[in-house]
Ligand binder design. Sequence first.
Ligand code: PNS
Length: 166
Amino acid sequence: MKIAVYPGSFDPITNGHVDILERTSPLFDKIIIAVIQNVYKQGLFTPEERAKLIKETTGHLKNVEVDCFSGLLVNYLQEKQASIIIRGMRSMTDFEYESHMSMINKQLLPEVNTIFIMADIKHIIVSSSGVKEAAMLGGDVSSMVPEAVVIGLKRKLEQLTSGKQN
Ligand code: PNS
């Protein structure tokens, strides 16, 4: 069984991520979207909230699962019996970061390979951080993220402006 892991922060999932998944899902028996639980970096959404938004937006892809992980990515791959990492790439800046990360992962676990998928031109400027910043300042991000995320971001903005946590 060919299992690939698509790791990331996904804070939140964007149309760019969904596009990468739609294009890679036919290539593998199973793709596990692995949401990092980073104790040092607090996101806008909790890992559980991110996983829920991912489930809501990838339900049409039957061989895609969502999970959360912490620690070393290569350990997670071994646990899941996967040897392929999927990453999207938009620019030379991404290339520098991604190539370094893929080489470290290969050094840590030689049987691991990272495959890079170029972002579609429609999504080349879309990033989770840009989406978050624009949405938290009241911008319309509906062309960049799935509908469920638009709703989730609006809810977050309301919580933040009213001072509530959940
Ligand atoms: O969406 P992101 O934030 O660019 O994803 C980065 C991620 C989660 C793929 C990366 O930070 C990661 O793999 N973290 C796990 C820790 C690890 O294994 N580090 C060694 C490889 S650099």
